[in-house]
Design a protein around this ligand. Structure first.
Ligand code: SF4
Length: 210
């Protein structure tokens, strides 16, 4: 539980409400196929109706965990770390990412961008959501824009968001998992007509790994 005792440590990033951590293969986006240590931090109020980690939403359910221990666990196994959630930018990630980089780990984040950017990043994957749009500064920092396509209207939203990122940003369209059979043919067609985009698939779900 987050209480007054550890609130201060959480504010300074020395503790984080950890939901889970695991070493696996990055399943989606630019680094698909790369081994990475995933650190999933609890807490999210973005409210995507198709969210596949709704159990992450309530941060109070996830134990405040000593950041040094998380760093040690990652350093023992991996050379790249993906910080995800939930919405990880609800927390101060400066201490976590600095410690990881001090141990020569690459720091990647998956974020909706709805909270101010903290942390030092080797790779920022921005995945904007209509329910709580990204804050302006992160558009220029993003290395990758990953747009989830649930229905036809999402192509328009994807283009709006793509018009805001920097010109080097990699652009991905990813079918929302439960609707993939319907949307994949539309995405294939769209990417052939608009080749600045690439397709991202949740390959970890096909591979049956976390
Ligand atoms: Fe779920 Fe991510 Fe949306 Fe939050 S931003 S509701 S964790 S999909």
């Amino acid at each position: 539980m987050i209480n007054n005792q550890n609130k201060e440590l959480i504010n300074s990033g020395k503790m984080l409400p950890l939901m889970e951590e695991f070493y696996t293969i990055q399943g989606e986006g630019f680094y698909t196929g790369k081994a990475a240590y995933f650190i999933r931090i609890g807490g999210c109020d973005v409210g995507c109706h198709w969210c596949d980690v709704k159990e992450s939403w309530n941060a109070k359910l996830h134990p405040p965990t000593n950041t040094d221990i998380i760093v040690e666990n990652a350093t023992n196994l991996a050379n790249t770390v993906v910080i995800t959630g939930g919405e990880p930018l609800m927390w101060n990630l400066d201490y976590l990412t600095q410690s990881l980089q001090n141990n020569n780990l690459k720091t990647h984040i998956e974020t909706s961008g709805a909270y101010p950017l903290s942390g030092k990043w080797d790779w920022i994957c921005l995945s904007p959501k209509k329910t709580k749009l990204p804050l302006k500064p992160i558009y220029l920092e993003a290395n990758e824009l990953k747009m989830i396509i649930f229905n036809k209207n999402d192509f328009k939203f994807a283009e709006e968001q793509a018009s805001k990122v920097n010109e080097k940003c990699e652009l991905f369209l990813q079918p929302e998992w439960s609707n993939r059979e319907k949307m994949i043919p539309l995405i294939v067609d769209y990417v052939m007509k608009n080749p600045k985009w690439k397709i991202s698939l949740q390959t970890h779900k096909y591979l049956n790994i976390p």
